[in-house]
Design a protein around this ligand. Structure first.
Ligand SMILES: N[C@@H](CCC(=O)N[C@@H](CS)C(=O)NCC(=O)O)C(=O)O
Length: 233
């Protein structure tokens, strides 16, 4: 497949945009990465490719746009057999991986955002407690899914590794902003080691944003939100 036949529309600070890139790297598929500065405006290509949500990431394969990051990862897994499988072949393990991925997107990451925009100390502490509660659940899930292997997906990075790992940059920024560790040897030892392994994996390391750069971007976004009373996307 020629590089120009596979495009990813993404934005560097977006956790969601990392997901298709990691999946394509796992499958050793060459692709063109198109940086969309969605916080400044949207290109015609993005609006045409994702007219429903108007969000990145979008995978454009030939003439076909595919939207929603986890849906894209599944598409990549089903389309290319040029690398290890990303979704578990066992239906129960697949259902568990998709369950936790939905939990991360629908509940856990919104709590991370709540820490950033919490008004007052009580609200901030409540949001931190929610994030920590989620991490305790994920620590337990890691034990069950990995069965003693390095990743949620076993020996290789799988669907849930991608879903969760893509949030590690923002988790580190949150730790930095709040002067605390959310992933710690004391509370989440397995996830601490998993996070190090995930970030240094060949499929991930070049797409994981630098924490300092992400923190600078985060400050800008938070200031904008506090000013406008808007929501973080
Ligand atoms: N559920 C979507 C979320 C994608 C998303 O929220 N993208 C953000 C960037 S992180 C975006 O494009 N925001 C622009 C907007 O909402 O206008 C996915 O998994 O792909």
């Amino acid at each position: 497949m020629a590089k120009s036949d596979v495009k990813v529309l993404g934005s560097w600070p977006s956790p969601y945009a990392m997901r298709p890139r990691i999946a394509l790297n796992i499958k050793s598929v060459d692709y063109e990465y198109v940086e969309e500065r969605v916080w400044e405006g949207k290109t015609e290509l993005l609006l045409q490719s994702n007219p429903v949500h108007k969000k990145i990431p979008v995978l454009i394969h030939g003439d076909n746009p595919i939207c929603e990051s986890l849906n894209i990862v599944q598409y990549i897994d089903e389309t290319w057999s040029s690398g290890p499988s990303i979704l578990p072949s066992d239906p129960y393990e697949g259902a568990i991986a998709r369950f936790w991925a939905a939990y991360l997107d629908e509940k856990w990451f919104p709590s991370i955002k709540s820490i950033a925009i919490a008004q007052g100390e009580d609200a901030r502490k409540a949001a931190i407690a929610q994030v920590e509660e989620g991490l305790a659940l994920l620590e337990e899930a890691f034990g069950k899914c990995s069965k003693g292997k390095p990743f949620f997906g076993g020996d290789q990075i799988g669907f849930l590794d991608i879903a969760f790992g893509s949030f590690l940059g923002w988790l580190r920024v949150t730790e930095k902003f709040n002067g605390m560790k959310l992933l710690s040897e004391a509370k989440t030892p397995a996830l601490v080691n998993w996070a190090d392994r995930f970030c240094s994996d060949a499929a991930v390391k070049d797409v994981m944003p630098d924490t300092e750069k992400l923190a600078e971007f985060g400050k800008m976004v938070i200031a904008k939100i506090r000013g406008a009373g808007a929501e973080i996307h």
